[in-house]
Design a binder for this molecule. Structure first.
Ligand code: C2O
Length: 601
């Protein structure tokens, strides 16, 4: 077993490597999460934030593959809460998936619920976050699943210590109000106040001369660090770099990958990457930076967000360090970041990664496909109050509400009962549920830049026939499902990080422009595709994934940009039970929260 090195680091800087039950029997990892509002001071303001156990980011969940995780959630906040264990496969434990109104009714204020699930068949980094509205801005934390064997499959580089790097945002707005604005079509002034690394904004932010703290990673020359990157931001994909250092990416979404060497990581909301970094630079201090990227104009622009932290060598006060200019008063070197409008670097970063099909933990790709979906991701309008018609287009006269869609249906959560309960009671228990169409209602030039809605009055009429509904797509047990995601220019020219609960999917291909089977099927990677729970569908482009629907339940599938999901870019994949008890979802836990009917606003 490797030494525990947590004491070297400041709070949340690093956690012990291979602790707990490594090499032994499966253990139980138990936590109590108290959700509460606390004031956190940044940028001259005390902001009321909803957090777990007073911490932002929240406490890490550290386990060994095969362990059982038990989290007692105590809700002392004024809000309804659920916690989703993002990327945990939840085999036969869909009830613990924590997707509000999909797998459970929320935990009411002054109530509790206990989540119980196993972490097996996956190793690496995942994370947890609330899954009711946008409280996940501050209600999130890392999940680390370490190998049972006690060693990693990358021989020469057993890491010295784990370093969570959670990229997030600091918001100073009333998040409930922001959430409401999103569901009503969004407002371009609803921006975060800054980007964060492990909750710290970093020294590019100051208010009246008070500089914000940097996240500091203390390193020792020659040692290898396992950076566990999580993008917990609501808004943006980020580029991450450390000056003077290279990375080897060894894991993605808690699956091992073919090691990939790079000096930049692109990480979309919902994604995680495990990255080895060797402290092999001259002893010194170096900036690390996380920069939010965004599509160029004519897309509406948000401010540039950069959080930076510091990698600090333990021995940088030696003569050698002084000679290299480290303690001579010059600032640490800053990594040269991609341009904030560079969307090519992320395309290549994601496209260059490949899976590790030889690893015994990882499943094999299946050749036969039973179900095929083509899902267009875009924006349309609906009329207020579900009226069939209203004034559309732009200008002051417009009545229509902008919504995001999959195949022109904008998802609406049910209100009386969760979808999983409805599934359990059969016949949807009276919930008005519709089947998600397998294809868009019409085919147009999805990625025509002329369709980018740059202001009021953009002619969306042709393509905006959108309705609001609670959709599901039902799959037979063990069906192999292939999904083509097509980004469209109607949702500005945004990329779309699409996330599926309860399953990992193989990413077979990605491309720019419109997907065309005649051209693109032959570009599929059927040899060593990446296994992910979140696929970054390129802006004005497409991606193809394939998965086996072998985990019975109701699984949320949505874009991980918070404003896209709030506007309805979501659906639910319902997977049937198999023939045996081993393939059948057990009944709900007895303490599953009851639904409280809401007043319609
Ligand atoms: Cu991070 Cu529905 O997920």
């Amino acid at each position: 077993m490797l030494p525990i090195a947590a004491a070297l680091f400041s709070f949340y800087a690093a956690v012990a490597l291979l602790g707990g039950s490594a090499g032994g029997q499966a253990a139980v990892v138990e936590h109590t999460f108290v959700v509460k509002q606390v004031y956190i001071r940044h940028l001259c303001n005390d902001t009321l934030a909803t957090v777990v156990n007073g911490q932002f980011p929240g406490p890490p969940v550290e386990a060994t593959e095969g362990d059982t995780v038990i989290v007692h959630l105590v809700n002392e906040s004024p809000f309804e809460i659920t916690i989703h264990w993002h990327g945990v496969k939840q085999r036969l434990t869909c009830w613990a998936d924590g997707a509000g109104m999909v797998t459970q009714c929320p935990i009411q204020p002054n109530s509790t619920f206990t989540y119980r699930f196993k972490v097996d068949g996956q190793e690496g980094t995942l994370w947890w976050h609330s899954h009711v509205s946008i409280l996940r801005a501050t209600l999130h934390g890392i999940i680390i699943i370490r190998p049972k064997s006690g060693s990693y499959p990358f021989q020469n580089h057993q890491p010295h210590v784990d370093v969570p790097i959670i990229i997030g945002e600091w918001w100073q707005r009333d998040l409930m109000k922001v959430d409401k604005n999103f569901s009503n079509g969004g407002s371009f002034s609803d921006n975060p106040a800054g980007a964060t690394i492990n909750g710290k904004l970093g020294d590019l932010y100051n208010c009246s001369g008070v500089v914000e703290d940097n996240f500091v990673l203390n390193v020792e020359q020659g040692k290898t660090y396992m950076l566990r990157l999580v993008n917990a931001a609501l808004f943006s994909e980020y580029y991450f770099k450390v000056a003077g250092h290279k990375f080897t990416v060894v894991g993605a979404d808690a699956n091992y990958i073919t090691p990939y060497t790079t000096d930049v990581v692109a990480i979309a909301p919902g994604e995680t990457f495990d990255v080895l970094m060797v402290a092999d630079a001259p002893p010194c201090r170096y900036y690390m930076a996380a920069l939010a990227n965004q599509p160029p104009a004519p897309d509406p622009q948000i401010p540039v967000f950069v959080s930076r932290g510091i990698v600090q060598y333990a021995n940088d006060d030696t003569t050698g360090a002084a000679a290299s200019g480290c303690r001579d008063g010059r600032p640490p070197p800053m990594p040269e970041m991609p341009d904030q409008h560079d969307t090519t670097t992320t395309f290549h970063f994601h496209g260059n990664l490949s899976g590790l099909p030889t690893h015994p933990l990882l499943p094999q790709l299946r050749g036969r496909v039973d179900d095929r979906l083509f899902i267009s991701l875009g924006k349309g309008t609906i009329c207020p109050g579900d009226r069939p018609s209203c004034r559309r287009g732009g200008g002051d006269e417009a009545e229509a509400i902008e919504v995001a869609y999959m195949n022109n249906v904008s998802f609406r959560l049910p209100e009386r009962m969760s979808m999983l309960e409805a599934r359990q009671y059969g016949g949807n228990a009276g919930l008005a549920v519709q089947e998600l169409p397998a294809r868009p209602p019409s085919v147009f030039n999805f990625t025509d830049p002329a369709l980018i809605p740059v202001g009021p009055g953009v002619p969306l009429e042709k393509i905006e026939a959108t309705r609001k509904a609670t959709t599901v797509r039902r799959f037979a047990h063990n069906a192999t499902v292939e999904v083509v995601f097509q980004s469209t220019a109607t949702m500005q020219s945004d990329s779309n990080p699409m996330h599926l609960h309860g399953h990992d999917f193989f990413v077979l291909a990605q491309g720019h422009g419109n997907y065309d089977p005649a051209k693109h099927v032959r570009t599929y990677n059927l040899v060593d595709p990446l296994l992910k729970n979140t696929v970054q569908v390129p802006r004005l482009g497409w991606a193809v994934v394939r998965f086996v629907a072998d985990n019975p339940g109701a699984w949320f599938m949505h874009c991980h940009f918070e404003f896209h999901i709030a506007m309805g870019m979501a659906t639910v994949f319902e997977v049937a039970n198999g023939a045996t008890p081993d393939d059948t979802l057990p009944p709900p836990p007895p303490d599953l929260p009851k639904c409280i009917p809401h007043k319609k606003e």
